[in-house]
Ligand binder design. Structure first.
Ligand SMILES: [Zn+2]
Length: 213
C-alpha cells in the first residue's frame, strides 16, 4: 500500500539533519530513526496542532495522536490512520473507530451517549482487524529484515499484551509494518513473539513508498 505523504518533508533529530525526508515521492528514513516519531511529525504538519474532533488548538506537548482504526483492532501507526486529537477526545473515543466515535458524538448531542456506549460495549468483539483489507497482506517471517536493538526495543508490558491477545483470540494483536524492501518499521515485539512461537506467516502492511536507507 501507499501511505499518504506531503509533497515536501524533512525532519531533523537532536543530533542529525535529515533523518527523514521525501525524495521522488518516497519517504526515506535513515536507519535507527523512530518510525513512530516520523509518522507523528507528518501528521502534525499535515493537520496542525488541532484536535480533529472538538477543534481545540493545543501546544505540541499537550496534543495526542489518535489511531482512527484503534490499535486493539489492528490499527497501525501510519499516516493514513493518524489524526491529531486532544487527550479528552482521544480517551472518550477509546476503542471506537473514527466513524463509530462520530456516531457516538451525534448520539451524545441528542442525549443518547450513554445508551450508545452501552450498546457499543455489548457488541464489541476483540480478535478482529477493522482496517481496510487492501492495507493487509501476509508474509513469511523469513522475508522480514529487522536490525533493532533488543535492549532498546524490548518491552515486557507489550509482550504480555501480545501474548494475551494471541492466546485469547488466536491472532497477532496488530499487523507488523515494513518498508518496500521488507525492512521492519514497526512491530518489533510482535515479530519477536511470532518467532519464538514458531508462527511462520504473519499479517503485514507493506509500505511501497517508504524506504529505510
Ligand atoms: Zn478534542
Amino acid at each position: 500500500m501507499y501511505i499518504r505523504l506531503p509533497k515536501k518533508f524533512t525532519m531533523d533529530s537532536d543530533t542529525t539533519k535529515n533523518v527523514a525526508f521525501i525524495k521522488n515521492k518516497e519517504l526515506k528514513i535513515r536507519r535507527g530513526t523512530s518510525f513512530r516519531a516520523v509518522m507523528y511529525e507528518i501528521t502534525y504538519r499535515k493537520y496542525g496542532l488541532r484536535c480533529h474532533y472538538c477543534g481545540r488548538y493545543l501546544p505540541k506537548e499537550k496534543i495526542t495522536v489518535d489511531h482512527m482504526f484503534p490499535q486493539d483492532f489492528g490499527g497501525p501507526t501510519i499516516t493514513n490512520n493518524l489524526i491529531p486529537a486532544c487527550k479528552a477526545c482521544n480517551n472518550e473515543k477509546n476503542n471506537m473507530t473514527k466513524n463509530e466515535y462520530l456516531a457516538f458524538l451525534t448520539a451524545k448531542k441528542h442525549g443518547k451517549g450513554k445508551e450508545f456506549r452501552r450498546e457499543f460495549n455489548k457488541n464489541m468483539k476483540y480478535g478482529q482487524y477493522k482496517i481496510p483489507k487492501s492495507w493487509l497482506t501476509k508474509r513469511s517471517i523469513t522475508e522480514i529484515t529487522a536490525t533493532f536493538d533488543l535492549k532498546e526495543n524490548y518491552s515486557k508490558g507489550k509482550l504480555r499484551t501480545i501474548k494475551y491477545f494471541y492466546n485469547t483470540y488466536g491472532i497477532l494483536k496488530k499487523p507488523i509494518v515494513v518498508d518496500k524492501n521488507g525492512f521492519l518499521l514497526d512491530g518489533f515485539m510482535l515479530l519477536m513473539f511470532a518467532k519464538t512461537k514458531g508462527i511462520k506467516e504473519i499479517p503485514v502492511i507493506v509500505l511501497d513508498n517508504v524506504e529505510v536507507i
